[in-house]
Design a protein around this ligand. Structure first.
Ligand SMILES: *Cc1c(COP(=O)(O)O)cnc(C)c1O
Length: 433
């Protein structure tokens, strides 16, 4: 393939002049040349200097089948040429209709038969929160207006979603614009809450909390939470924005404990990680509560200009096709085993404090090899390890001192081995000098 010659210096100064990156201290960012990614193919990303990197965090937890998969590229191109966009307020279109039907069938028995589309993980949650508040009002129980979530939770950055966030450094300063919510550190703490009848809904990242540092819930937690919700009449919202679409080894994490939520929020991997799209799936009970004449004022007033964007729907449909055609989930199982074994080989490194894995999601936590205490957080050791890993052909991002390894599901075992070796070298380089 012919490579376009990029001028990295120009791109760098252009970025520094006008851009503001998410979750980024711009002062440090502008002090060094950024990594400019110019193309992607399969599990590999290429920078403006022609260097290749394995995409170790699936481009922030989104990519599923690899970059520029011809099946998805073709589906999106065909859709844009036919219908690029139409409003979902007042019209509908074939790709959204088909996608909704296929999404609801991913859970056997279609327990969540209604799909509300939006644009990203935050809005998948945001719309779910507004739905449950309105739902209880329509049910004649407006006192059920409090939302609950867990310490360490991350459900997005819009004000509603961030009200539920349990990561202080991200969310505390916005407390004055957050709405009332309860935060629990464990299921036990939730079970001893004195006002369960005030809870409209509980929101959880099932099996594993991502932004908390790939923190695993105890086995059975999800089931016990479902039981708590049933006993107290509280709705259960599962945030599968990270865990959805095979990431944990099954299509959805909730299937691992055979738990069906009242609302399921999907985004990141929904389009195969190609275009922004989110879906909030709900029970018929919730949906039915919103039916009525205009005068009854039961309409759900929520929506975005790009709701159910046709190319995004087409990408999602092609991604679901690929799950079948490439038997993605079946071929994933031996790769999960391979990843487990490969990660075990890191356990002997003195700087490795803990390795947490849930299916194809892993977090490798490092600490000071001499004192076995955490590194001072402002040393940014995790970030320095990830920077060093680039030289070994691995691109990923840490959460503090937990290095995330979450490859696209299409990755080969050779590529997994390469990623883990890159991590070994960079952990040693940074922590042992
Ligand atoms: C990424 C993420 C979100 C937010 O999704 P965005 O598309 O970034 O708004 C919400 N919940 C979880 C569990 C996530 O990992």
């Amino acid at each position: 393939m012919k490579h376009i010659a990029w001028n990295t210096e120009d791109l760098s100064s252009g970025d520094h002049r006008h851009l503001w990156h998410p979750f980024t201290q711009q002062q440090a960012w502008c002090a060094q040349e950024p990594l400019v990614i110019v193309s992607g193919k399969g599990a590999i990303l290429t920078d403006s200097r022609g260097l290749d990197y394995l995409d170790g965090n699936s481009s922030i937890w989104t990519n599923i089948h690899g970059h520029a998969h011809p099946r998805i590229v073709e589906a999106v191109a065909r859709q844009i040429a036919t219908l690029d966009h139409t409003s979902f307020l007042g019209t509908t279109h074939p790709s959204a209709i088909e996608l909704a039907a296929r999404l609801v069938r991913l859970l056997p028995g279609t327990p969540l038969p209604r799909v509300f589309f939006s644009d990203n993980g935050s809005t998948a949650i945001e719309s779910a929160l507004k739905m449950v508040i309105q739902f209880w009002q329509l049910q004649g129980a407006p006192q059920r207006c409090r939302l609950a979530s867990f310490s360490g939770a991350y459900h997005g950055d819009t004000a509603g979603a961030s009200s539920l966030g349990g990561i202080g450094s991200f969310f505390d300063r916005f407390a004055s614009i957050h709405f009332p919510s309860e935060r629990f550190s464990s299921l036990e703490e939730l079970e001893s809450f004195h006002q369960p009848e005030s809870l409209a809904a509980i929101v959880l990242e099932p099996l594993i909390q991502g932004s908390a540092g790939m923190r695993l819930w105890p086995a059975g937690m999800l089931n016990a939470l479902r039981t708590f919700c049933d006993r107290n009449g509280t709705l259960l919202i599962l945030d599968e924005v990270m865990t959805g679409f095979g990431r944990t080894g099954t299509m959805f994490a909730c299937q691992r404990e055979q738990v069906i939520p009242d609302i399921l929020c999907l985004a990141k991997g929904l389009t195969g990680g190609v275009l922004p799209l989110a879906a909030t799936l709900v029970t018929e009970r919730i949906y039915n509560a919103f039916l009525g004449t205009p005068e009854e004022q039961k309409t759900f007033y929520y929506g975005h200009s790009y709701t159910a964007n046709p190319p995004a729907c087409a990408a999602a449909l092609a991604s679901l096709d690929l799950f079948e055609e490439e038997t993605t989930l079946e071929t994933l199982q031996p790769k999960i085993t391979f990843l487990t074994k490969a990660l075990q080989s890191l356990q002997t490194l003195p700087a490795v404090a803990d390795i947490r894995q849930c299916g194809f999601i892993a977090g490798i936590e490092v600490h000071d090899p001499l004192t076995r205490a955490p590194f001072p957080w402002h040393d940014l050791t995790g970030a320095r390890i990830c920077k060093a890993a680039r030289k070994h052909g691995l691109l990923t991002r840490p959460i503090l001192d937990t290095i995330v390894l979450m490859p696209p599901l299409c990755v080969t075992t050779d590529q997994i081995a390469h990623m883990v070796e890159a991590l070994r070298e960079s952990i040693q380089e940074v922590s042992e000098k």
